[in-house]
Design a protein around this ligand. Sequence first.
Ligand SMILES: [Zn+2]
Length: 419
Amino acid sequence: MKLSPFYLVTLLGLATAAQERFSYDGYKVYSVTINSIQEAELLDVFSYDQRFDFWSKHRIVGKPIDVMISPSGQDEFESTLNYHNIKFEVMINNFEEKVQAQYNRLKSRARVDSGDVSFTEYMRHDEINAYLRRLEADYPNVVTTEVIGKSFEGRDLLIIKISSGGSDKPTIFADAGIHAREWIAPSTALYVINQLVEVPENSYLYENVDWVFIPVANPDGYEYTHDVERMWRKTRSTGTICFGADPNRNFGYHWGASGSSTWQCSDIYAGHRAFSEVETQALRDYLSAHSHHISLYVAIHSYGNWVLYPWSYADLLPDNADELQTVGMLYNDAVNEYNGNSYIVGNSAALLGTTAGCSDDYARGGLDIKLSYTLELPGGSTDGFDPPESDILWIVEEAWVGFKAWHGYVESSSANSSK
Ligand SMILES: [Zn+2]
């Protein structure tokens, strides 16, 4: 079909308009303090409505729950909370101002030189992959990268492995950036990679243990949050009404059982079937081939200072819950000793409410990886969801201390079991 020039101009106009930045004008962020589990469950009802974006969600009395609400939902939310006598305050009055400030900083920043890394900027996906590939070129005896698949929009899903050689060594595996908007997660993976590979005195950390990372598990979503919609969380696959599924509700272990949505436009849409997304398929295929030597799996997310372990899909504990708790506490104790910060360590469903289709459940239940965690890093406080760029460094340094504690456990337990 031939298109008239008028039609072409209109189409081009639409294509441009579609990429215009999403405005959060009038969006407020509320901080709600719950006094009972019942109050938390009452808030849960809102989480299935896309006007209510829960930045944090949990069951801890006295700890704030943060929720961003579009202008059309604010009266309903406030009157419901007032009716039930639930305390709340407005943490951010107009989220657009925060987003605008961040985009202005992003616009004015220089690109990271090809192959370099930065912990004072949130890097773009191509900058991150250039760094991983530069490490492979510079440290060929230690670093291997592998494209394990393509994202829906065709970006490389790049994995990096750090190893002193040999095969089937106990491995620590981390996924990061599976939720697009959690920018601090890829930065954290990059810092651990950076410290392992580029600081010679850390080489003992990959002597007996291999490390594998996918720093940006959802690159389409990650790029979309930089260009268009800051708080996008899902993949960017096309649906019939809305884009994307929540990749961390899309894994095939008790998929869809709880805490996810069948509504395409929801931020916690589970997908039309388990592993409907090419990004989770690629992870599944890689992990299935390597799970027999993965000792510890960690899904890096933000935010809220949590170290969580399965099950997520139901309020039940795996048979090695005691070990999961003990090893989770190693992370907290190491960080606490380092800078005084602390994490709440415990079962995911009990602490946050049930969420099915997460990678931690799939690792523990689908692949029988004994140690499986979701790490929720610190958030941005009154600056919004993610910390400002000036806070990246202390957060990733803190995480590095926790990861080293986990390495110590993996190394010594594998040495004991081979005796
Ligand atoms: Zn997340």
